[in-house]
Design a binder for this molecule. Structure first.
Ligand SMILES: *[C@@H]1O[C@H](CO)[C@@H](O)[C@H](O)[C@H]1NC(C)=O
Length: 301
């Protein structure tokens, strides 16, 4: 028994309290019978949601506490300024607004069924102009209209302004010296967007290993293979003020040889979890470590 149902019961009882007891009990019974099944609920994630142009976007809509067929139908609409347009529907292919028909036809915009009571609105390449209030609604299959038949979420698609410019590291360093890994990252400042920077290295054959990640919450996460190195103070992070991020590896060892990569990711905080909205990785360059005592022939480069 839900609270909403009891509330509903209470209201009916209130209206009928002048009537005789028999009537009242019929109404209460009716209230409880209907009460168990009324209260359709359509839900979307809490917004506002920020997404990046050119990226894939999905909005998940779920319906619960409904009557009728298990498999439910859905409609999506979008409101920009004061104009509402039809986007896509699970049951009516003629539903999309004229302005969106081509994008629906090429499946840039689609509605994907996850299960009987859940669908996702997907946009393969989000556009800034897709920003607006998205409404997900389900036509009633209930015997009594009750509950929420639609839900709204505010979507904001921002321009893609994330730029990653690594500085090419020295192509060769002597064992025991420093490897300076510098990366410049710029983005338009937008409230609610957080940045993380990851340095990683690719050594032939083995998969890419992360050295260290800074952010998105100002914290540092050290890669599994570099925990000792970090604890020994041989891996230091330097943050500049204009989007300059440096990781300095000291005491270079032959195993440090490899191709270094700098990756920037943009995140939003949604319902208490970090949600990655964009990622850009750039190769910094190859670094060779010259073992001590080994004769280095410059012409072999
Ligand atoms: C990184 O930013 C600094 C400071 O703005 C600048 O001096 C440097 O040239 C930049 N490096 C690259 C590779 O663009």
């Amino acid at each position: 028994m839900s609270d909403a149902m009891c509330e509903k019961g209470g209201r009916i009882v209130g209206i009928t309290h002048r009537q005789d007891m028999k009537n009242l009990s019929v109404l209460i019974t009716l209230c409880f019978t209907v009460g168990l099944t009324v209260g359709r609920k359509v839900s979307l994630p809490a917004g506002p949601l920020i997404r990046v142009e050119g990226e894939t976007l999905s909005l998940r809509c779920e319906v619960s506490d409904y009557q009728g067929p298990k498999e439910q139908e859905f409609e999506w609409k979008a409101t920009k300024r004061s104009e509402t347009i039809q986007v896509v529907s699970t049951f009516d292919s003629s539903f999309p607004d004229q302005s969106l028909k081509a994008r629906v036809f090429t499946e840039d915009i689609s509605v994907e069924r996850i299960d009987e009571s859940t669908v996702e609105l997907r946009i393969k390449e989000a556009r800034v102009t897709d920003s607006g209030i998205f409404t997900c609604s389900t036509p009633s299959t209930d015997s009594v209209i009750s509950g929420n038949y639609e839900a709204d979420v505010l979507l904001r698609v921002i321009r893609n302004t994330l730029v990653v410019v690594p500085e090419v590291p020295a192509p060769s360093v002597h064992e025991g010296r420093l490897i300076n890994l510098h990366c410049n990252i710029t983005q338009d400042f937008i409230e609610g967007i957080y940045l993380s920077v990851t340095w990683s290295v690719k050594k032939d054959q083995s998969p890419e290993q992360d050295l260290l990640t800074f952010g998105p919450d100002s914290g540092v996460t050290v890669g599994n293979n570099f925990i000792q190195r970090y604890a020994d103070g041989e891996m230091r992070l330097h943050l500049g003020n204009t989007g300059s991020y440096s990781l300095v590896l000291s005491g270079a060892v032959p195993a440090d040889q490899g191709m270094y990569v700098c990756t920037a990711r943009q995140w939003t905080r949604e319902q208490g979890t970090w949600n990655r909205i964009q990622e850009k990785a750039e190769v910094m360059g190859e670094v060779a470590v010259i073992p001590t005592g080994e004769l280095w022939l410059k012409k072999t480069l």
